[in-house]
Design a protein around this ligand. Structure first.
Ligand code: HEC
Length: 407
């Protein structure tokens, strides 16, 4: 029962997370585009800094931007903040649900660091908080006067955090934490800088004072940072379904390459929308980055790792734990699953254990018992299309063994 609730909870949370994320990213892209598309005001309202005409959904829109603010505030203001907050909140719950509550499956790899689920969760949460504190400090330091220097240090900082996570968590857990770190920076930018600054502007307008223009400028800088982080964050969030991306010892470098590629694609659109031309070189460099990331990911397959002389990620010591897997269960899994779910899969077309799930030893089987139950007993998702012809009798062997375990 618990397994079913967990699986449904996971799906529903993901549903909410993706919808809120779409709303957030959609409005953020819209406003970046709008800002770039603003042209000098030709007639009409006094004090407007730019305007854009848009056509959508059967009507024409005339949008104007006032910097720092219009002379008088309209009675109703539409704030854009809950898209960001709900994305972060749903993602945060999903992180707890999927990784902290299932730490032994997805977060902790004893071959990397043998820690308890509580310690792992504390490190994860501490890492996210630290991520924001350091980034915010950098933005307020003298370094921020030089945009390029700030971008460079920020870049090295994110890669450094990715490398640290890689030495604490499972490869998959490390990647998702790197994505969560960047996403936390983005929402904290909205919650702690952009919206409070905007509120200060509104307050001073209401008090009949002239608002401080730097408040809006700072908001715009943070909002631009968010824009450059968007595509890499989405890549990292999706990557946990693709073990090739995160399994190599150089996964931190993949993070760096994706950061560059994602930011360059945004550079292309930001320049294009502001009428500064189509800088196609950005796409070429982005494609090159992804090609290098693909080359690095080859190292995720252990055969390639051996050939390249990289240390294996799974030392044999990991298998030593005492487990209670009956021989007949082991036989079913070995004969029906492990051709794909192995360190070195022998199934044609499978280069790396799918979703990082390895089912080769009794310890592997014991650790993944709940997932086996879900995939091969409760649903018949595995083997895919019953390609290895598992029989109902064999599924019953798995079920009877799993029935004796509590989860
Ligand atoms: C022909 C290769 C193949 C065989 C045989 C196979 N699997 Fe899989 N398995 C896959 C692939 C591919 C995926 C990834 C599916 C996806 O991306 O949704 C997967 C995913 C999984 C997952 C992870 C699911 C998730 O969403 O995290 C589990 C657990 C699993 N398989 C268990 C098993 C079990 C148990 C068996 C044997 C009864 C088995 N598999 C046999 C190819 C195989």
């Amino acid at each position: 029962m618990e397994t079913i609730l967990h699986e449904w909870g996971s799906l529903l949370l993901r549903w909410v997370h993706i919808i809120t994320g779409m709303a957030w990213i959609g409005s953020s892209f819209y406003f970046m585009h709008l800002d770039a598309a603003l042209r000098p005001v030709k007639y009409g309202t006094k004090g407007a800094d730019g305007e854009a005409w848009e056509v959508h959904g059967g009507g024409f829109y005339e949008v104007r931007k006032y910097l720092v603010a219009p002379e008088s505030l309209p009675p109703e203001l539409m704030w854009h903040k809950w898209e960001s907050y709900t994305t972060w909140l749903s993602g945060f719950v999903l992180l707890i649900w999927g990784y902290y509550l299932k730490a032994s499956l997805f977060l902790i790899d004893p071959a990397v660091l043998n820690i308890s689920p509580v310690v792992a969760a504390c490190i994860g949460l501490g890492g996210l908080a630290l991520g924001w504190i350091v980034y915010d400090f950098l933005c307020k330091s003298p370094l921020a006067k030089n945009e390029v220097a700030l971008a460079g240090v920020g870049f090295v900082y994110v890669i450094g955090m990715a490398a640290i996570f890689q030495h604490v968590f499972s490869a998959r857990g490390a990647f998702v934490h790197t994505g969560a770190l960047m996403a936390t920076i983005m929402t904290a930018n909205v919650f702690l800088v952009i919206i409070p600054n905007q509120k200060k502007v509104v307050a001073s307008l209401k008090a009949g004072e002239t608002p401080d223009p730097t408040l809006g400028e700072i908001g715009k800088i943070r909002s631009t940072h968010n824009n450059y982080l968007t595509l890499p964050v989405i890549f990292l969030m999706l990557s946990n379904h693709y073990p090739l991306t995160y399994s190599s010892p150089y996964a931190w470098a993949v993070v760096g390459l994706v950061l560059v590629a994602g930011a360059l694609v945004r550079v292309f659109y930001n320049l294009r929308h502001s009428g500064k031309g189509d800088k196609w070189w950005t796409w070429i460099v982005a494609a090159l980055c992804i090609a290098i990331a693909v080359a690095i990911s080859v190292g995720a397959s252990s055969t390639a790792r051996d050939q390249l002389g990289w240390a294996p990620l799974d030392p044999p010591t990991r298998v030593a734990a005492a487990v209670d897997v009956p021989k007949k269960v082991e036989n079913v899994v070995i004969s029906r699953c492990s051709m794909c779910h192995a360190n070195e899969p022998v199934w044609d077309g499978i280069a790396i254990a799918p979703k990082g799930v390895k089912l080769e030893t009794p310890a592997d089987i014991s650790r993944n018992a709940e997932e086996i139950y879900l995939q091969a007993v409760l649903t018949r998702a595995m083997p895919p299309n019953n390609i290895t012809e598992i029989t109902d009798g064999e599924r019953r062997v798995l079920r009877d063994w799993l029935a004796s375990r509590s989860f």
